[in-house]
Design a protein around this ligand. Structure first.
Ligand SMILES: *Cc1c(COP(=O)(O)O)cnc(C)c1O
Length: 228
């Protein structure tokens, strides 16, 4: 592995462990999802050799090409990008997780298309916390009803919620947004859903996400360097 990649991998792991300690999270409570979109397979293979097993991709065809090249490695692939109905079959057949389910129809297709030889597909519902700045994700008001319906689909396992808050450099504002996602999750759990995953936090705001209960942080740039 290049020295740069090794140094960044070490630094990101250190940021996560430091945030766990600082915000009284149990050691190892936060998992690192390495967001490898646009990054070369050599970098993925190098991180895999250093012990990283979970990788996140946004573009279906790019991900399928990488999976084929890296088939010899036991990697866990997470789909985290916007998902169109015409791509659900490839995702249902090749990924272990989808973080970006934002409507019932997508969930129904993923469930119907998940091969019976594979375990249920792990999914998170993407929640839109900033209706003005983005159109991706479920409106907060809709999350409860959709979650109940998704949880009932036979070939999916609803694991929790995901969000990408509007970027801000203000730590307090970062925490406030992530806290809203955590509260939504707590409401769903109180309503009887068995959820264990909060997918939130990226290169620039992972500490705030860890403070508010993230169980998975999705990190690209801080790990791989700038995207091409
Ligand atoms: C690209 C991407 C990331 C990683 O973002 P960085 O700022 O590079 O860490 C995380 N989550 C999603 C959904 C992404 O599309």
């Amino acid at each position: 592995m290049t020295t740069d990649l090794a140094v960044r991998f070490e630094a990101v792991q250190d940021r996560i462990r430091t945030a766990e300690r600082r915000f009284q999270r149990p050691p190892g409570a936060v998992r690192l999802l390495a967001v490898s979109k646009t990054q070369p397979v050599a970098a993925i293979a190098a991180l895999a050799a250093a012990g990283q097993s979970a990788f996140g991709e946004n573009y279906v065809q790019e991900a399928l090409d990488k999976m084929a090249e890296l088939a010899a490695l036991a990697l866990e692939w997470h789909f985290i990008g916007p998902l169109q109905t015409n791509k659900t079959r490839s995702v249902a057949e090749h990924f272990a997780w989808v973080h970006s389910v934002d409507r019932l129809k997508i969930a129904q297709r993923l469930s119907a298309q998940r091969p019976s030889a594979l375990p249920p597909l792990n999914v998170c519902l993407q929640v839109n916390l900033d209706r003005e700045t983005t159109k991706h994700g479920l409106d907060e008001d809709a999350v409860g009803a959709v979650a109940a319906q998704v949880a009932a689909l036979p070939r999916l396992r609803l694991r929790g919620l995901m969000a990408i808050p509007a970027p801000t450099a203000d730590f307090v504002a970062q925490r406030r947004a992530f806290a809203r996602l955590r509260l939504r999750q707590e409401q769903l759990i109180a309503a009887g859903l068995a959820l264990d995953t909060l997918s939130m936090g990226m290169s620039d705001d992972l500490e705030a996400a860890v403070a508010e209960g993230a169980t998975v942080v999705r990190v690209g740039t801080a790990l791989f360097g700038p995207r091409r």
